[in-house]
Design a binder for this molecule. Structure first.
Ligand SMILES: Cc1cc2nc3c(=O)[nH]c(=O)nc-3n(C[C@H](O)[C@H](O)[C@H](O)COP(=O)(O)O)c2cc1C
Length: 277
């Protein structure tokens, strides 16, 4: 009798383990599939995102790794049409800002932590560029964790790089105080489109074993060949009156002049927000 019972238990244990392993595999696999299949979504349905879902995604993203457990970020949630209208010019009126049900501004935030230090007889020393970098890293980890979770929950997202092009406009619109700085913005909503998935460079070209292996010119030729061969990129070159795809980047999309202007502006605003002492 005793022997029979323990055999039964073993069978139950084996099956229990199999089922758990299967579910872990399925869950893990579904997240991997979500990431493999993802693409940026710029058009959204009118449907609101339920607040329980939005809050759960945000709260879960706050589980991301954080420097010293300090959680050096804040997220401003914009849902009101009036506030979206205020933010829109800062993002060069990209339609996603007004059209998405939710706009999230992820901010590097050393203010909350510094206030706590001051209230606890501790002298905060976080009004410097290093501290901004640390807070910015924390902030981006949370933003990307949120995006992955949101996509896994069936939502679509779009990052807006314009946040760091026009930080002062965003600071004014969102009333960000000293030691708080907008690092990135994400528009979120239920997808109203399934655009083609953009290409990526070959896997091997992004991996360096043990140490960095600099690229030869023939490797550069090979790495960018597929991207250059795509019809949409060939059209891009012709439409912009350029000779090469690289020229579309250097002369039209991300020019030295713009980058230098925006670098200066970024430094100025960082100083104004108290991060460059
Ligand atoms: C830092 C950053 C800034 C971005 N800024 C914008 C933006 O201002 N507008 C936009 O439409 N897409 C923006 N994107 C989305 C990229 O264009 C998109 O990720 C890229 O084309 C690759 O496409 P995929 O995400 O569908 O793979 C941004 C992405 C990142 C990571």
């Amino acid at each position: 009798m005793i022997k029979k019972l323990s055999e039964k238990k073993i069978v139950v244990c084996v099956w229990f383990k199999r089922i758990v392993t299967f579910y872990i595999f399925a869950i893990k696999n579904s997240l991997i599939m979500t990431v493999k299949e993802r693409r940026t979504i710029r058009k959204y349905l009118k449907n609101e995102i339920p607040s329980y879902l939005l809050n759960d995604l945000l709260e879960t993203s706050f589980r991301a790794s954080t420097m010293g457990g300090m959680q050096l970020y804040s997220v401003v949630v914009t849902q009101e049409a009036e506030m979206k209208k205020k933010l829109s010019p800062a993002h060069f009126n990209q339609p996603m800002v007004n059209d998405a049900p939710v706009v999230l501004t992820f901010c590097a935030d050393f203010r909350r932590f510094s206030l706590w230090c001051s209230q606890r007889n501790a002298q905060p020393g976080y009004d410097n560029f290093m501290s901004f970098m640390n807070a910015a890293m924390d902030t981006l980890l949370v933003a990307q964790t949120f995006c992955t979770l949101a996509e896994d929950a069936g939502l679509g997202i779009c990052y807006l790089g314009t946040t760091t092009y026009n930080p002062q406009m965003i600071i004014d619109a969102l009333k960000l105080p000293q030691l708080v700085f907008p690092v990135t913005t994400v528009t979120v909503g239920y997808p109203a489109e399934i655009p083609a998935q953009p290409d990526r460079l070959p896997f091997e070209s992004l991996i360096h074993k043990e140490h960095y292996n600099d690229y030869s010119s023939s490797e550069i030729e090979r790495i960018y060949a597929f991207k250059e061969s795509l019809d949409e990129n060939r059209k891009f070159v012709v439409d912009n009156g350029k000779e090469t795809l690289a020229q579309v980047f250097t002369d039209v999309r991300y020019t030295q002049k713009d980058n230098e202007y925006m670098s200066g502006n970024l430094m100025q605003v960082l100083k104004k927000q108290g991060f460059m002492s």
